[in-house]
Design a protein around this ligand. Structure first.
Ligand SMILES: [Zn+2]
Length: 343
């Protein structure tokens, strides 16, 4: 069968092998190094797909033409996005919880008050479902969301989101991470870690900022994750302070404790205002520790360097090129949506 005009892959039966010809991919998304670029970093290929699996990738014009065949006419295809840093529990509340000065401090205060109000738990599943529907309509396949570890309603919110993740499992993988504060008590950290361990992909997340006992506090979090077989996810250095070295402290803790699970660190804004030699020193440790970095450019450009009647100059973007040049895995995430941290 060959279709001309409007093409819909939805017409292809799930148990049918089919060929797609003349399809364009960004070169970086295709492992086959034999394919040469046609232009703008694109390769053009013929594919054979059987039961949702790509069975063959050949240069355009040389692939098999099966009975069910579609000429893609040079259309582009991208892998489904994966958003590895979000806060779905807090999102979609702007109409009732505005951040009037747009600052990080303003966002923290408004978010805290919002999380304590009855509306927060009353509509959390509606708000998260809306976020999942909008992400799905843009092709997103997997999302990691932190879930605030607020002792008043954490369990209620986490249970509701767990139920939603089950409902959405065949469309979006929703990975839920209990969100701790690095200064939390060991009892509360243990409780959150236990809840994380019951998830299909256990991740404990922690907000980290300079404290007098930071190394010891980080060691507690790392050792707890190790004991429960969890991955780790940190918010670190979300501040434009040259003296903030939380990412470096996390890397040292991971190395000190010989933690070998996945570790992701988000934000890393302070590095954008630190001298190059300080950034190098930190990134060398991050590379040695096998830590990945996620930059959150939209949210941080919104929050960083906000002062009354002064144009922001520093946007707090993590040093992604410097990280990549050391082989550090780098991602870009959304962070907050339609709440006090990002409107
Ligand atoms: Zn975040």
């Amino acid at each position: 069968m060959s279709w001309s005009g409007a093409v819909s892959l939805q017409n292809v039966a799930l148990d049918t092998a089919y060929s797609l010809r003349n399809l364009r991919f960004p070169r970086v998304t295709v492992a086959d190094s034999q394919l040469s670029c046609i232009s703008d970093g694109l390769v053009e290929v013929d594919l054979v797909i059987d039961r949702s699996e790509i069975k063959s990738v050949k240069p355009a014009g040389s692939g098999a033409v099966l009975t069910t065949d579609i000429d893609m006419a040079h259309a582009m295809a991208w892998p489904c996005p994966i958003d590895c840093h979000t806060h779905l529990d807090k999102g979609q509340v702007w109409p009732r919880s505005k951040n009037t000065d747009g600052s990080f401090e303003g966002a923290s205060g408004v978010a805290y008050r919002e999380s304590m109000g009855p509306a927060f738990t009353a509509d959390v599943d509606t708000r998260v479902d809306f976020s999942l529907r909008t992400a799905y309509s843009h092709g997103t396949r997997a999302i990691r969301s932190h879930v605030d570890g607020n002792s008043i309603n954490f369990s209620q919110v986490f249970d509701q989101l767990t139920e939603l993740s089950n409902t959405w499992a065949d469309r979006i993988i929703l990975q839920l991470c209990p969100f701790s504060d690095v200064s939390d008590s060991i009892e509360w950290l243990s409780f959150l870690a236990t809840r994380a361990a019951k998830q299909p992909y256990g991740v404990l997340s922690s907000f980290v900022y300079p404290t007098p006992r930071l190394d010891a506090q980080l060691d507690r979090v790392v050792q707890l994750a190790d004991a429960k077989g969890l991955a780790l996810d940190f918010h670190a250095d979300e501040i434009l302070n040259q003296e903030s070295h939380c990412l470096r402290a996390i890397a040292r803790s991971v190395l000190r404790n010989k933690f070998d699970g996945p570790v992701l660190v988000g934000h890393c804004c302070a590095l954008s205002v630190q001298p190059a030699e300080e950034v190098s020193k930190t990134l060398d440790l991050v590379a040695a520790a096998g830590i990945g970095i996620v930059a959150l450019p939209l949210c941080n450009a919104y929050l960083m360097d906000r002062h009354h009647a002064q144009t922001p100059r520093h946007r707090g973007t993590a040093p992604v090129h410097e990280a990549r040049s050391r082989g550090i895995e780098v991602a870009i995430g959304s962070d907050n949506v339609r709440d006090a941290s990002y409107w």
